[in-house]
Write a protein that binds this ligand. Sequence first.
Ligand SMILES: *Cc1c(COP(=O)(O)O)cnc(C)c1O
Length: 221
Amino acid sequence: MIKTNLAAIQAALPEHVTLVAVSKTKPVAAIQEAYNAGQRDFGENKVQEMVDKYDQLPSDIRWHLIGHLQTNKVKYIAHFVHLIHGVDSLKLLIEINKQAAKHNRIIDCLLQFHIAEEETKFGLNMAECTEILTSSAFAEMKHVRICGVMGMATFTENTEQINKEFAQLTTYFFLLKQVFFAENDSFSIRSMGMSGDYEHAITQGSTMIRVGSSLFGIRAE
Ligand SMILES: *Cc1c(COP(=O)(O)O)cnc(C)c1O
């Protein structure tokens, strides 16, 4: 039962860690059930699905776009998205800034880093990230706010490796904090940890976990 799962996860979370309930593929009724139990942060990885759910659910839900975001789809979520976790190019950031400006908003974003060994996962390395943050295009952006970093560890049973990858992301965060965001209190989020590995992520400095199947049950994908 969703309410019970939610209570169990929340009870074990340190106060500084935010739970994003990953509701992708799950029906509106399941989200409503979690909402009724007090949950307000929800994560989706597909733009169309997030828009459909946004239209049907209470307006005080904070919608997190957690998957890869295509530049041409930013316009569909720019008026309501709470946090975009997967920013991995300057091109995407430019488009988010442009669409946010149209709605007179500042959109909060996380820089996604590639920390896993798998080749398939999206994300930046430190050199690419630095290139974005030192660009004149970024310096001129008034409608995006970089609030931290996001990453996914390798899907493995090897907890030593998982811990190492999460620790790497935390190291990246503090490096960026020191060099680019020392005066910026909004730069505070380390989005790492899913159902299978969030306990490790928390020991390695996570401040935001993205949990789906442990909360809503296994997805039939
Ligand atoms: C699906 C997804 C999650 C949640 O995965 P679970 O294993 O179901 O907790 C977290 N983060 C991202 C980016 C996802 O796509």
